[in-house]
Design a protein around this ligand. Structure first.
Ligand code: ZN
Length: 179
């Protein structure tokens, strides 16, 4: 653990302090970026600190009152640019945002691709283990397919991260087929 990584954790925990995930247990939102960084470091062996810090911060601009300037000031231009690459344009309607993610995925930088792969894996695992309250099997299946469509644009970049995603996807499909 480096000083900057811990500073990012502290920053993100504060920014997300009032947010919860949509599962029944209302998991604190900060668990998600922590899971993404954990997948990168402890499951995929990625030690690039820029990627790990960007993972911790990746939803702060999209989901909280945080500016890119703030991120750049505190964590540098490289971290900011990775966070910017994985931040959705919230001015777009949701369906367009989802389509944009598929279209942009293949053009992401190497670092942003790693982060995106781990983010999608963490989201799929949540979808399976802590399903959002009230989601139908149909809606969950649509979500799995969308996540896979994004990841399909990121293939050939990191075999271990891909296999972690595929494993989660297969598990999600198996759950779906049982319903
Ligand atoms: Zn995320």
């Amino acid at each position: 653990m480096t000083p900057n990584f811990l500073a990012a954790l502290s920053f993100a925990a504060y920014k997300h302090r009032d947010q919860r995930r949509k599962d029944v247990a209302k998991t604190p939102y900060i668990n998600h970026p922590i899971n993404v960084a954990n997948i990168l470091l402890n499951e995929a062996g990625i030690t690039d600190e820029i990627v790990l810090i960007a993972a911790i911060l990746h939803d702060t601009v999209e989901d909280t009152e945080t500016s890119f300037e703030e991120i750049e000031q505190q964590f540098g231009a490289q971290v900011k640019s990775v966070v910017a690459e994985v931040t959705d344009d919230k001015s777009l309607p949701q369906a367009e945002r989802k389509q944009a993610q598929i279209e942009h995925a293949g053009r992401l930088s190497d670092r942003a691709k790693l982060l995106k792969l781990a983010d999608k894996t963490a989201n799929l695992r949540d979808m399976i283990n802590a399903t959002p309250d009230g989601w139908s099997a149909e809606r969950i299946n649509d979500y799995l397919e969308w996540e896979k469509a994004v990841v399909d644009q990121l293939r050939g970049h990191h075999a271990k991260l891909e296999s972690l995603f595929d494993h989660a996807y297969d598990k999600g499909k198996a759950n779906h087929d049982r319903n």
